[in-house]
Design a protein around this ligand. Structure first.
Ligand code: SF4
Length: 404
């Protein structure tokens, strides 16, 4: 992170906990198993990074409206470790009293006592990795839990006082039929969580699934599209509204943190490999120059050894950074990103908000593209908002590519 960070008063924080019991077959996240000793050292280093970041922003009016503790599996470290992180965050940042504070957890890594300790630390939302309600699918994915273990974790989370729960589900799995996906959706929705994220499996290079791609029995494209289309229909029967391409919530329960990502709100990421998105320091008074330096995106080192070394007690503490992952974003790139992310939302992009952010009219910048896709029936080009139609959501990638 650069030491000259400009003032920004409303932002969100992402904390990365990279530990998992073992690696799932489809996973390309920065995550791995590690012993207790490494986990403890990591949590100490992370606290130090939070402290150093807080000190850097000390003189600024900073208000955090959302914290997301993700991974990896943040429920892997021993009880009390996450509370230590939360305490450090509260000491260094002004987190709004009604901030959304989410932790990701996986079945098989939580008990009632640990879940209660999350609640006492002020965490008010939990996202549980359910993925499928079929044991055979869970085994094929390499998950560490079965359906019964998931159900137990879900009940324990309720018992611990979580009244805002997300369930993660994955469709288009090897060997999965349309019927088994329907059953997963019905069973998950019937539990009445507040939120469901349902993503299609993507084969990422470097994962065991990618290596086995020729032998995996994946659903064909038509089945995958039917799975996607039925997801919104089935979940709506249980009172879930689709508010993003892959996210569904009960009224008033959208994920504020992710909504921040999709609407271009700045965020600070702390922990191994964590990314941040922050307003850039204006480059001089010249408008053209300023427009070349609108935002910056930077990523912490993904190398555990370097991370621990740079933040170790006996070093002059430094915040780890990889200079080659420091990317300066110009206004044009930020406008394109604003459109691509905003169109993921069912409500789409607000013309007024676009003008407020960029001091330009949406029509002047993207009028041609909007007209083209409105004529094709993929986009609603309204007076106040621009959003994908139902058909447009199935072909979202085609529309989004135009903004690149
Ligand atoms: S639990 Fe999540 S982060 Fe960990 S290996 Fe599995 S998919 Fe990856």
């Amino acid at each position: 992170m650069r030491s000259k960070m400009i003032e920004y008063s409303d932002f969100e924080i992402y904390i990365h906990i990279p530990f998992c019991v073992r690696k799932c077959g489809y996973c390309d996240f920065l995550s791995f198993p590690a012993g207790q000793d490494v986990q403890t050292r990591y949590m100490e280093a992370l606290k130090r990074e939070i402290r150093l970041t807080g000190e850097m922003l000390r003189r600024q009016a900073k208000t955090v409206f959302s914290v997301f503790i993700g991974g990896g599996t943040p429920s892997v470290p021993e009880e009390g470790q996450i509370a230590g992180i939360m305490q450090e965050l509260h000491e260094q940042f002004s987190i709004l009293p009604d901030a959304e504070i989410t932790i990701e957890a996986n079945p098989g890594t939580v008990d009632l006592s640990k879940l209660r300790s999350f609640r006492s630390a002020g965490i008010n939302r939990i996202s549980i990795g359910c993925q499928s309600m079929h044991d055979s699918e869970l085994v094929r994915m390499g998950r560490i839990h079965d359906r019964a273990a998931f159900l137990e974790s879900y009940e324990l989370a309720r018992k611990a006082g979580f009244d805002n729960i997300n369930l993660d589900l994955i469709s288009a799995l090897p060997g999965q039929s349309l019927q088994s996906w329907r059953e997963t959706l019905h069973a998950a929705a019937a539990l009445e969580p507040e939120h469901i994220s349902a993503y299609s499996l993507i084969l990422e290079e470097g994962t065991p699934f990618f290596e086995q791609r020729d032998t995996l029995q994946l659903p064909d494209e038509d089945t995958e599209r039917e799975m996607y289309e039925e997801t919104a229909e089935i979940l709506s029967q249980y009172g879930f509204q689709q508010y993003e391409l892959s996210n569904y919530a009960k009224p008033g329960r959208v994920c504020r943190h992710n909504l921040g990502y999709w609407t271009g709100v700045p965020y600070l990421g702390m922990g191994l490999g964590a990314a941040s998105y922050w307003p850039a320091e204006p480059a001089g008074a010249d408008r053209e120059e300023q427009e070349k330096t609108w935002m910056v995106r930077f990523r912490k080192t993904a190398d555990l050894k370097s991370y621990l070394h740079l933040l170790s007690e006996d070093e002059t503490a430094q915040i780890p950074e990889e200079s080659d992952s420091y990317e300066l974003l110009g206004k044009t790139g930020c406008m394109a990103e604003f459109m691509i992310l905003g169109l993921r939302l069912t409500d789409g992009v607000s013309r007024k908000e676009f003008r407020r952010r960029f001091q330009n009219d949406l029509q002047d910048i993207y009028g041609g593209i909007l007209q083209k896709y409105a004529a094709a029936g993929l986009l609603h080009n309204g007076e106040d908002r621009v959003f994908l139609t139902r058909r447009g959501r199935s072909l979202a990638n085609v529309v989004m590519m135009e903004f690149l």
